[in-house]
Design a protein around this ligand. Sequence first.
Ligand SMILES: Cc1cc2nc3c(=O)[nH]c(=O)nc-3n(C[C@H](O)[C@H](O)[C@H](O)COP(=O)(O)OP(=O)(O)OC[C@H]3O[C@@H](n4cnc5c(N)ncnc54)[C@H](O)[C@@H]3O)c2cc1C
Ligand code: FES
Length: 409
Amino acid sequence: MTALQLLSYIVVAIAVQLAAGLGIAFWRWRRARAASASWIGGARTLLPPAWSGWRDFVVTQRTPEDASGSQCSFYLQPVDRAPLPTYLPGQFLTFDVPVADASSGRGAGTRCYSLSDKSGADGDRITIKRALAPPGAPSAPPGVASAYFHDVVREGHVLRVKAPSGRFHLDPDPAVPSILIAGGVGITPMMSMLLWAHAEQPGRTIHLYYGVRNSADHAFRKILEDLAAANANFHVTVVYETPLPGDIEGRDFHCSGYIDLERLRRACPAEVRCRYYVCGPPPMMASLVPGLRTSGIPDGDIHFEAFGPASLEPSKWGPRSALATPIDVRFERSKRSLVWDGLDATLLDFAERKGVAMESGCRSGSCGTCETRIVSGTVRNTQAGAYEVAAGHCLPCISEPGSALVLDA
Ligand SMILES: Cc1cc2nc3c(=O)[nH]c(=O)nc-3n(C[C@H](O)[C@H](O)[C@H](O)COP(=O)(O)OP(=O)(O)OC[C@H]3O[C@@H](n4cnc5c(N)ncnc54)[C@H](O)[C@@H]3O)c2cc1C
Ligand code: FES
């Protein structure tokens, strides 16, 4: 081979490599554009599920997200290797958790976990906090599903997953400043919102208020610091409830105490329109969401998600006594006529106890999976839900019969 031939081979090889590289970059760019377009286009209306029923995902990586190890991220890839759908920043996945707590006989069933990263081709990420016995019931068993994830699920584990869902997501309009308020593991949907905004709309103004116990539970610390340093439009305020002796204000956190309306007003004065996104533990939700409403912010600008399940409601753990006057409940499609005796906290629990099949996800009125048409009769909500039900429908996971009831289930 002459030197000239060798040179032309080298030139052709380099040209082929460059073309391939450019092709891949172009393909990635097109996919990213398509993804963001469908987010933006789909953000006001809920897109139909990207797949129906369960899909197998393999865990490709586990990463602790805080100093105490109580929050752990799991990275997931579909086993079928088909492309992943995009999701709206703030949405969650629903998991089939095949585990029962032997000591109490409680089964985990389904659980929802928010996606904690922006939608990406490299897999989905969720972040799970180990649920310990609540302070009011120190001898209660720890959370079943979160313990399963922390103690059993490792790289290579296959999980059954339902498509991204949920109405708690960032509004695509960048003109209105967004105030994200996260308490504890309520930071997860906010991470996906922040990372998406940084990639797609870096010019929009976002204030994140992140309330956490102290440095032990301070999750995503480095990434939040990096985001705030990289983007002058992102403002992060970390509020420690009870700083540890070594925690230093100004270095580890911005202020101590709780996130309150006064603090929020500093970021968004009354005359400025802002959209609020709140996700945190029940006391935070119970004080902030009504507080925002009474301070004059229109309902449409307040978005919130409770990290149920409804079983976290203390009322569910108390002894329940049978009703003096039971209520007839008919599940029309299952052809079952039953009697509501008041011993179950919700219609969903009742249906499950009686062997009536009913779809469920969050069990806290967030996801809409259990939405059921009321054929006749009335229901009463046992707690507020974030999901807006269609007229004439109910969410059995957060309701009980108000009168004799016939359900299309
Ligand atoms: C839309 C949505 C998104 C979510 N996203 C996330 C997320 O990103 N990350 C995350 O970590 N979680 C998230 N959650 C919460 C998650 O779905 C689970 O609810 C959570 O992991 C607890 O489930 P578990 O099975 O571990 O606890 P469970 O077994 O359901 O127990 C719940 C709590 O009740 C206590 N308990 C159990 N028995 C008793 C008893 N007899 N008396 C008193 N207390 C008792 C347990 O100790 C525990 O604290 C989300 C929830 C929803 C609805
Ligand atoms: S199960 Fe999610 S709304 Fe009922």
